[in-house]
Design a protein around this ligand. Structure first.
Ligand SMILES: [Zn+2]
Length: 262
């Protein structure tokens, strides 16, 4: 199925690529290994090993691998906004070389690095979860956006945008709305994960990932749903707002401040 790919293997990671794309493959390997190191430490585990990342050169090949190799059911042809798809220990990425023709994004190396981190977080979650199918979208995307640090950046993925726009006005959606909405899951899920980590520590994130099998994260962590929602909102309007870097009238300064901290 992928006999025509060349491959680089290092420390339990493999990047598969087409001839002529070796430079991108080497960079991708570096990003992948960094992500795996960070996430292994974060979750306190030895790296899963045998992770494969395919760099594909066009939309048709992306769809073919996602459907035939990953076994994921997506629309064909897939939306040009799709840049990557993880499943178990495999990931398929549109190669940096193909962004111009086969995606709606402009290629940016830093954003690509963060995307590798984000998708690798999904791989870790699936690897560690007792039942990934039942995990709510806000949790999986929130985890990937938060743990990868994606939330800190005003980039093409716009993960901060809704929070930056609405939080200063005190507009926060209800937990149930987020639970039901794909868009709100991406926009606000990371604030829920951040709230859990800042309140109960990283151990709680690990526990929820490794022990929650029914999708009810608050309950797994000993919260009644109403209390969870109320405490999250209170936190978000106080300490959370500060940590996220939302302060009236500070303009772009906060992003530089956050970057230095990384
Ligand atoms: Zn994601």
């Amino acid at each position: 199925m992928h006999a025509s790919y060349m491959s680089i293997k290092e420390s339990g990671c493999e990047v598969l690529f087409k001839e002529g794309d070796e430079q991108n493959a080497r960079k991708t390997m570096e990003f992948l290994k960094n992500s795996v190191n960070f996430l292994s430490q974060y979750f306190g585990i030895t790296p899963p090993g045998n992770l494969r990342l395919f760099l594909v050169q066009d939309r048709g090949e992306f769809d073919r691998l996602v459907v035939d190799l990953l076994g994921v059911d997506i629309e064909i042809p897939s939306n040009p906004g799709r840049l990557a798809q993880p499943q178990k220990k495999d990931m398929v990425f549109i190669s940096p070389a193909a962004y111009g023709e086969h995606s709606t994004y402009e290629f940016n190396p830093e954003e690509f690095e963060r995307l590798v981190f984000h998708e690798t977080t999904h791989v870790f979650e699936e690897y560690l979860s007792p039942n990934i199918e039942l995990m709510p979208r806000w949790w999986s995307e929130g985890l990937a956006v938060y743990v990868s640090g994606h939330w800190q950046f005003r980039d093409q993925f716009k993960f901060r945008k809704a929070v930056e726009k609405n939080l200063p006005e005190g507009k926060i959606p209800d937990f149930e709305e987020i639970n039901r909405s794909i868009d709100l899951s991406y926009d606000w899920g990371w604030t829920l994960v951040m709230f859990i980590e800042k309140t109960l520590g990283k151990e709680a994130i690990r526990k929820a990932v490794m022990e929650c099998g029914d999708g009810n994260i608050p309950e797994t962590l000993g919260w009644k749903k109403d209390d969870f929602e109320r405490e999250w909102k209170e936190w978000l309007l106080g300490e959370g707002k500060e940590l996220i870097g939302i302060q009236r009238g500070k303009g772009d300064c906060f992003e530089k401040r956050i970057r230095r901290r990384r």
